[in-house]
Design a binder for this molecule. Structure first.
Ligand code: AMP
Length: 468
């Protein structure tokens, strides 16, 4: 059984000279290098007083050393706590105050300092399945920060499931362009590669030029929807650039069906969309073999139970999950276990979804983004899909703003295609032909771009407060 990450990674332990990280400038780090570096850092952590279960926080830019720090924490039995390097001092302070880490790493120099003059072998602590391996503070929260505790078993079972579902093979090379402070870049991308015992081209960040240059020597890419729209916006991105690719994966935010179709037309590849979240790692995936349905997030991964609570007439309900992937709870917030989990152990994701007759899940939005206008439910995704289909509309975000008459009024924020001039009244007229009157936006606002976070998620809370 692969119930801890070390046992999973040991299953396909490669020769020490196998390249793990391949950097754009030509620098490489092998598995042997990673072993030595993580051992030295683990010794440094121990010398700094870090014992099993202690938190090690990292507020630092993406770099190979951060991968070694992650591996060092696993070896020392410490809890790795990465933070978005874009966080401000106040945000970092709130997380550090809550997590009480033994060590806070603020720079690559700090990691070098920890490792300096330390032995390059380390007697790793034997991990147990229920040990907390990583803590991630959830994005988009208001008020007190919440640390999601992810256990060895959560991460190992999920990485094993994805490794299997996505058919990793011994000569795979992943192009890693995601941040590593988030589930997507850390648990999906990095852990799959480590479970496969192969290497990755490791970019400091997503950059269209670098991705187009590196893709020809890669076989797997994982991105957020914005990455795919940026690639499609560049004429140099062709089927030829993707000639060695076998798999493109998308997640963290909804991939428009139109992006999926344009990508397939350009490259011949159907993007495989999957759905996950910090607290549950990955939940569903479109199949590797079989229909990848645009606009859906696919089928539950093996072992993951999914149900829809309080379904309405259209079959839309609150997505609830149970399985080996689901975290045990938030750090020092036992009261949330009562509100965020059902009595029979399902986690309430806060997402709304619907199943089709083949069991494919479609996400229609976050429950907190649901608009109730004049007492009727309006699902933003349905309105966004209708607006996106109008000529000249590149993308849209639909929100509810307080309204004296309707309780909430539907408001659409629209980004035009390049060189398209959009008239808000004409948009409303077109929408009226496609949507029931109560779903038609009362107001249409045209903007240059939508506010997005580092993972490509549209920041609806920011739009709501701006347009209220
Ligand atoms: P995070 O915890 O930051 O990973 O955010 C998780 C949330 O991202 C989920 O609860 C969903 O609302 C959203 N999400 C992730 N993947 C997808 C997807 N493929 N389609 C739509 N929403 C997604």
């Amino acid at each position: 059984m692969n119930r801890t990450l070390p046992t999973l990674f040991a299953r396909r332990r490669p020769a020490p000279e196998t390249v793990l990280l391949d950097l754009p400038g030509g620098q490489t780090f092998t598995y042997g290098d990673a072993d030595a570096a993580s051992a030295a850092i683990a010794n440094g952590l121990r010398a700094a007083g870090v014992g099993p279960g202690d938190r090690v926080a990292a507020h630092v830019e993406k770099a190979p050393e951060v991968v070694f720090l992650y591996l060092a924490c696993l070896r020392a039995g410490a809890v790795f706590l990465p933070m978005n390097p874009g966080y401000t001092g106040g945000e970092v302070e709130a997380i550090v105050g809550d997590a009480e880490p033994t060590v806070v790493v603020r720079s690559i120099a700090d990691i070098d300092w920890l490792a300096a003059a330390q032995p390059t072998t380390f007697d790793s602590v034997v991990a147990e399945p229920d040990d907390v391996a990583v803590m991630l503070y959830t994005s988009g929260t208001t008020g007190r920060p919440k640390g999601a505790m992810l256990t060895q078993a959560n991460l190992a079972s999920n990485a094993a499931a994805l490794h299997e579902a996505w058919g990793f093979v011994p000569d795979d090379v992943l192009l890693h362009a995601l941040p590593i402070f988030h589930a997507h870049g850390l648990f999906v991308a990095l852990n799959c590669v480590l479970a496969n015992g192969t290497g990755m081209v490791f970019l400091p960040r997503f950059d269209v030029d670098a991705v187009i240059e590196e893709l020809p020597r890669c076989t797997v890419f994982m991105g957020v929807p914005t990455h795919y729209t940026r690639l499609l916006g560049d004429e140099r991105f062709t089927a030829d650039v993707c000639r060695n690719m076998r798999l493109f994966v998308s997640g963290s935010a909804p991939l428009l069906a139109s992006t999926h179709e344009a990508f397939e037309a350009r490259t011949g590849h159907a993007i495989l969309e999957r759905y996950g979240m910090t607290e549950t790692v990955m939940n569903t995936s479109n199949p590797l073999h079989g229909a990848r349905k645009p606009g859906t997030v696919g089928l539950p991964l093996p072992g993951v139970e999914i149900r829809l609570a309080d379904q309405d007439d259209g079959g839309v309900g609150g997505i609830e999950l149970r399985g080996p992937n689901v975290f045990p709870g938030y750090w020092r917030r036992p009261e949330l276990n009562d509100t965020e989990f059902t009595t029979d152990g399902f986690f309430k994701t806060g997402d709304l979804g619907t199943f089709d007759d083949e069991g494919y899940l479609t996400i229609v939005g976050r429950s907190k983004d649901l608009i109730i206008s004049g007492g009727l439910n309006v699902y933003p995704k349905e309105v966004e899909d209708a607006l996106d289909a109008i000529d000249g509309v590149l993308e849209s975000a639909v929100i509810g703003v307080p309204d004296a008459d309707f309780g909430e009024a539907v408001v659409a924020v629209i980004v035009p295609e390049a060189n398209a001039a959009l008239d808000p009244e004409a948009i409303r007229t077109s929408a009226r032909a496609r949507l029931a009157a109560f779903k038609v936006p009362k107001r249409v606002v045209v903007v240059d771009e939508l506010p997005r976070n580092a993972m490509g998620k549209v920041q609806k809370a920011a739009l709501r407060s701006e347009l209220a």
